[in-house]
Unconditional design. Structure first.
Lengths: 123, 145
């Protein structure tokens, strides 16, 4: 395979830290398939009301997540004949989410160590 | 029209400001979100969407880029744009250029004709001057009268 093959997955995008919005959307979709408003509600719930996602931010992020192949979309038939577009986490998206959680855990570990030292000094 | 319908109509108009490809893909879903929203969420919806519209135009969006790509580098002859469209563009751009040239020719407007400038010479005040006796006028006779 040529090193110039542009069909290779974009490793830079996957290695890059996720934005807060993207992280919360992926976390919400890790629980269940959701439509737009459902994602907004799930994000509000999982952050304890600290993070409120507006529709502009939500769909701008979904657009990028769909383009990266981390989120998929499907039509769901409702009772009265209407359809609703739902979003789901893809296998690639789950891998990116796990990678991000590991990265955040390392950050938290470093923070714990350093803030622990600070606490000792204060005492 | 109640407040909710008014807000929804305003939001529908606001969504028209998105780039066309993004709007075609997500506007109907965004409107559904707005319809499902509670009154307390409206400030967030309007504020967030207005910022997102600007960001979408400045940064672009993957869906816009993906849809624009197939026609982006086509030679003129291979474009799906009809010849009439080119003609319209040509006429419109010519009119704009001529209008700009005419405006440039006429602007700035010519200066008005020169007029004498009247100035007032301000001298020292009367109080600061030494008193001068009024000159007597000698009335003489004009010869022959």
């Amino acid at each position: 395979m040529s090193s110039y093959d542009i069909s290779l997955p974009d490793m830079e995008a996957e290695d890059r830290p996720l934005s807060s919005a993207a992280l919360h959307i992926l976390l919400a979709l890790a629980e269940s398939n959701l439509h737009g408003y459902g994602i907004m509600q799930a994000v509000k719930r999982q952050s304890g009301g600290q993070y409120k996602l507006g529709p502009g931010t939500l769909y701008a992020n979904l657009d990028r997540l769909l383009a990266n192949g981390w989120v998929g979309e499907s039509e769901r038939q409702l009772k009265h004949g209407d359809t609703r577009r739902e979003y789901h986490l893809t296998a690639n998206g789950e891998r990116v989410l796990r990678h991000e959680i590991r990265r955040l855990r390392r950050v938290v570990d470093v923070a714990r160590t350093r803030l622990g030292k600070l606490d000792d000094r204060d005492v | 029209m109640n407040t909710r319908q008014y807000l929804l109509s305003t939001y529908r108009l606001m969504l028209q400001l998105y780039p066309p490809t993004f709007r075609r893909r997500f506007a109907s879903q965004m409107l559904e979100v707005a319809e499902a929203a509670e009154p307390a969420e409206w400030p967030l919806i309007f504020g967030d969407t207005s910022v997102a519209i600007v960001r979408c135009w400045i940064e672009g969006s993957p869906s816009t880029a993906a849809l624009a790509e197939p026609n982006a580098y086509l030679p003129v002859g291979a474009s799906s744009l009809p010849a009439f469209g080119f003609l319209q563009g040509l006429i419109l751009s010519t009119v704009i250029i001529l209008a700009l040239l005419y405006t440039g020719y006429r602007w700035p407007p010519p200066c008005p004709a020169k007029r004498p400038i009247v100035t007032e010479i301000v001298g020292p005040s009367q109080a600061s001057l030494p008193a001068i006796a009024p000159r007597e006028h000698v009335v003489g006779r004009i010869p022959g009268q």
